[in-house]
Design a protein around this ligand. Structure first.
Ligand code: GUN
Ligand code: FE
Length: 427
């Protein structure tokens, strides 16, 4: 090993003991039973079956039979829709937006209301072990700032977006193009100095933005090097609507591409179910993440992303809870739903393979984590972001570490998480 251990350096190190599980590659779990993981300067230095002698003076935090896995990353979630979880899910996308979602988001003009909802939302992320996420706020900057303060208080990490809309929504959720742009710039400038929390440019989706606004947001993203998050091809009626609103573009993705909102900077495209062949080819771009939101897609009867087809073509697919179209914030639930959704596609089309458990776990940890840098794995040099899981159900002790993880994904909950680490610190 690389270190020459002087007393000073020893003090910088932390050592945890337990059963470490992660996915360096998507096709299999790496399991280190009853091993020691050493953290130096926020990052993983190495995992050892036997602790090298030189580290013996350092106190070891022993988690015994617990499993320790990378903490979760959610690449698509709407904070203001926290109270919408499970409510009004009989409608399809456009009616759901008009009947429930826009009405709900108007309430965030009120800062007291925002504080109440956002503190509960952020607590739920934290409780469920989602220590990094890409979040939509609303158009209201005062409330967006409250969301950021709540995230800061929990010492977790996020990209947060001020939502942009200048058309096709109720009057009091619309801003002029100029105000929408101006407030986006203010939001970015006010929030660019934080380490763990960063701004992200957030045109809601093509229908709610004029061509002028899309173009100005794209210019801003390129000029200030700010990533982008939006929605793409979630619902068949939405795709038709985009074609009628933007007749000179080749397809939905092209509306974003032509306005520098697709792949110039890191880009999240949530849903991406009904892509044309040409769009699928375009998606093979190292800056583009197509984010699968399986629960939201079933809840709004939108469809199911062909996730294994995309993965086998080398496209980066992420995972999102998409609360409130998705009904649960927990990423174990999203992992399980992604697997089940792929099985439904497989049942109806045998040629499509299912998403394996290790793949779905990889998406929620290492792949999603790559949006934030080197996190989501316990390889050497990765930021140590982790959760420790120890079910208080006594019989679980009979299971192997991998079986404990499988059980946690399908049957566990936030109460099984006994510790959370972000960048090497317990939070
Ligand atoms: N498309 C535009 N806005 C939204 C939203 O809030 N949720 C989902 N699921 N799709 C959208
Ligand atoms: Fe969404």
């Amino acid at each position: 090993m690389i270190i020459e251990v002087g007393d000073e350096i020893l003090n910088d190190l932390k050592i945890l003991k337990g059963n470490f599980i992660f996915t360096k590659e998507k096709d299999f779990f790496e399991i280190h039973e009853k091993s020691f993981l050493i953290i130096k300067n926020k990052r993983v230095l190495g995992i050892y079956k036997n602790l090298p002698k030189k580290y013996e003076p350092i106190k070891v935090k022993d988690y015994k039979d617990a499993i320790i896995i990378p903490s979760f990353v959610d690449l698509h979630v709407h904070a203001p829709q926290y109270l919408q979880q499970g409510v009004g899910l009989d409608l399809e996308l456009i009616d759901w937006l008009n009947k429930y979602t826009f009405e709900n988001e108007m309430k965030f003009v009120n800062e007291n209301y925002a504080k109440k909802i956002y503190s509960a939302f952020v607590k739920d992320l934290y409780d469920n072990g989602t220590l990094r996420s890409c979040i939509f706020g609303t158009i209201h900057n005062n409330s967006n700032q409250i969301l950021i303060e709540e995230i800061k208080k929990r010492k977790i990490s996020a990209f947060v977006g001020k939502v942009n809309m200048d058309q096709n929504a109720p009057e009091n959720l619309l801003q002029t193009t100029d105000d929408s742009l101006k407030e986006t710039i203010e939001f970015i400038d006010n929030n660019s100095k934080e380490d763990l929390i960063k701004p992200i440019i957030t045109p809601r989706f093509a229908p709610s933005c004029s061509l002028d606004l899309l173009k100005k947001l794209g210019d801003l993203s390129v000029k200030k090097k700010i990533p982008v998050q939006t929605h793409l091809s979630e619902n068949k009626d939405e795709v038709k609507w985009v074609k009628s609103l933007f007749p000179s573009n080749k397809n939905y993705s092209d509306v974003y591409l032509k306005n520098q909102l697709y792949g110039m900077e890191k880009t999240i495209m949530a849903h991406a179910i009904y892509l044309e062949e040409e769009e699928i080819k375009m998606a093979k771009n190292k800056n583009v993440y197509l984010v699968h939101c399986p629960d939201a897609n079933i809840n709004l009867s939108s469809g199911i992303m062909p996730v294994t087809k995309y993965l086998d073509m080398g496209i980066q697919v992420g995972l999102g809870s998409d609360v409130g179209a998705g009904h649960m914030i927990s990423m174990t639930n999203t992992i399980k739903s992604a697997i089940q959704s792929s099985k439904i596609r497989h049942i109806f089309n045998n040629n499509e393979r299912i998403l394996t458990e290790s793949e779905a776990f990889y998406l929620a940890t290492k792949l999603n984590g790559s949006f934030f840098g080197k996190t989501g794995s316990f390889e050497k040099g990765y930021l140590f972001d982790a959760i420790v899981i120890d079910s208080n159900q006594n019989v679980i002790k009979e299971l192997s570490p991998l079986e404990k993880l499988e059980r946690f994904i399908y049957c566990g909950d936030k109460n099984d998480i006994i510790a959370r680490y972000l960048e090497g610190e317990e939070v």
